[in-house]
Ligand binder design. Sequence first.
Ligand code: HEM
Length: 147
Amino acid sequence: MTDASGPKPPEWSREDRRTFRTSLYRIIKVHPHFLNRFYQVFLASSPEISEKFTHVDMEKQKTAVKESFFLIVSAATDRAPWALEQLNRLAHQHRKLNITSEQYALWRKSLLNVVRECDPQFDEDVERSWLGMTNFGIHYLQHRPLK
Ligand code: HEM
């Protein structure tokens, strides 16, 4: 469904947020470098994607992306103004990068595969919570009308 403000953002509950956070902390405990694995998988998923990261400082990138997960969940559950503001900035930045829908789909697929691999308690609920987070983030970066 599309209206004047773009497609409706996906629904996301506080329960999903709890499941997501618990999963993320569990993963970090067992695999502190799981974002290395994510970028390994994501960059290998397409030459056009790895090309975009040629001049990017990957250490900074990993920290920023982990923080953006929390940003997205705050925006998705509370519509926290500070989080929406920062997502807006992230959206501006990403729209200049000419990222296709297929590349966003690879971002989601790579992340979900790495979560499946790294979370010892991965199940349907965990999968749904990560899917919700990625769908919300992608929705904002791609479709949100920019301020
Ligand atoms: C919802 C999905 C995504 C999220 C949450 C996300 C998040 C981020 C964050 C937090 C940064 C660092 C911003 C900064 O501090 O400067 C970043 C940078 C970047 N992202 Fe994404 N990203 C997403 C999807 C993608 C996709 C699909 C691509 C490419 C195919 C991509 C390419 C890049 C590049 C190239 C940079 C570095 C830009 C620069 O330093 O100039 N991102 N992203």
